[in-house]
Write a protein that binds this ligand. Structure first.
Ligand code: ADP
Ligand code: MG
Length: 404
């Protein structure tokens, strides 16, 4: 699950991490009121969408010259003007895809006098079974290019969660950021705070880009602040964090995926034209692979789980068919816990209920497979039976090509 920048910053602040003051706004009036509460004279109006690259993004409605989703405002009037431009419009960034995302929330925040922009992120690194902290002196809007063109400018520090964050991790991070004196100490501290937040909140990704060093104030003091952050959580651990769960913004998610989660179906929408309904994540992955091997692309990943009831199968069909790209469906079910005849009954009932209008290939294997096949054959529906995975993939690809 992802959350918005302002929500992530509020969570991080509880761990002592320095963030600029800011207030979220749903309307232009709220944005103006927010600016009036901030000290000024510089404000930044930031589009809140679940995607990065906002600064370099473009609003569909505003033409090629318009600025992106992060705007520096020099007055409350400018905050108002930018809020009007952004709210309700569609921001397209490198991370949103061509469709873009509608901006429904803004974050009005203090403008910071930036001396340097750094990069710091954390992920669960499966290869090392540790948390990997990835840092670079080259933070800001071009970090992807840095990773691609000059990977030597990126340092990875891995932390064993059993032992936790040690002082040497902090020193390694501060050293990699080439910081000295007080800023070096601040980097060690903030790295520790961010690690603690990451573990305590069961994050699976936390990215700070940029982490900034401010220009020295009148007393000569400079600070490290989190200027932008993206945070995502391990869904399997969300039950431990009702406060985090409450931050979910379903309007940012694919409606079909939201619907699927209500039925406890693991569904991810993809770009192809063959809908897949499979039980078991591994079998679902193999099914997508074999569709590709046969020259087509899956329209989705869908794991209906071990106990695929008629209700679940019906919901799954409906969700697959919401996608207008779907030209055919491949059902690949292994009847282990569930018996094939029960599954076949479910498929037939569901296909009738949704008035299935695209080709349907079904491969069943496991307990009571013959009864299952008989039910499909006697259903009166144009269901194409398949004997194994390879056969099933060939048949659905051919059916869709013939229908085209
Ligand atoms: P995104 O990564 O989605 O483009 P950021 O929040 O990182 O959005 O903003 C892009 C750039 O805008 C930052 O790299 C920074 O240079 C500038 N910026 C963002 N927030 C502020 C702020 N509060 N004060 C000054 N500059 C900012
Ligand atoms: Mg950023």
């Amino acid at each position: 699950m992802n959350i918005h920048e302002y929500q992530a910053k509020e969570l991080l602040a509880k761990f002592g991490v320095g963030i600029p003051a800011g207030i979220a706004a749903l309307t232009v009036e709220e944005a103006v009121a927010a600016a009036k509460q901030l000290p000024g004279p510089l404000y930044v109006v930031k589009a809140q969408i679940h995607a990065g690259g906002r600064g370099k993004g473009k609003f569909k409605e505003l033409g090629a010259d318009a600025k992106g989703g992060v705007r520096l405002a020099k007055s409350v009037e400018e905050v108002e003007a930018f809020a009007k431009e952004m709210l309700g419009n569609t921001l397209v960034t490198v991370q949103t895809g061509d469709a873009g995302k509608q901006v429904n929330r803004l974050y009005v925040t203090d403008g910071v006098d930036i001396a340097s922009e750094y990069y710091l992120s954390m992920v669960v690194d499966r290869a090392s079974s540790r948390v990997a902290m990835i840092v670079s002196t080259e933070g800001g809007m071009d970090i992807e290019d840095v990773a691609h063109n000059t990977p030597e400018k990126i340092t990875t520090v891995t932390i064993d969660t059993a032992a936790g964050f040690q002082p040497h991790h902090g020193r390694a991070v501060a050293f990699a950021l080439k910081l000295t004196g007080d800023l070096n100490k601040q980097a060690q501290k903030i790295a520790k705070q961010l690690y603690e937040a990451f573990v305590a909140l069961d994050c699976d990704m936390l990215e700070i880009n940029p982490l900034v060093e401010t220009k020295p104030d009148s007393s000569g003091a400079a600070n490290l602040l989190v200027l932008d952050t993206k945070m995502s959580f391990d869904s399997n651990a969300l039950y431990r964090h009702p406060d985090v769960q409450a931050l979910r913004d379903e309007t940012e998610e694919d409606p079909a995926e939201v619907e699927a989660s209500k039925y406890d179906l693991a569904y991810i929408k993809l770009d192809g034209d063959i809908g897949c309904m499979v039980n078991g994540a591994g079998l679902a992955m193999a099914t997508m692979d074999i569709i590709k091997l046969n020259g087509s692309f899956p329209a989705n990943f869908l794991d209906v789980g071990g106990g695929a009831t008629k209700e679940k199968v019906t919901a799954a069909f409906k969700i697959i068919l919401r996608d207008p790209n779907v030209k055919g469906i491949l059902v690949n079910i292994f009847g282990g816990i569930m018996k094939c005849d029960v599954i076949a009954d479910g498929i037939v009932a569901a296909a009738k209920e949704v008035n299935l209008s695209v080709p349907l290939v079904v491969r069943l294997e496991g307990t009571n497979v013959q009864q299952g096949k008989d039910i499909l054959a006697n259903s009166g529906l144009p269901i194409v039976p398949a004997n194994d995975l390879g056969d099933a993939a060939k048949k659905i690809v051919a059916e869709v090509k013939n229908a085209a």
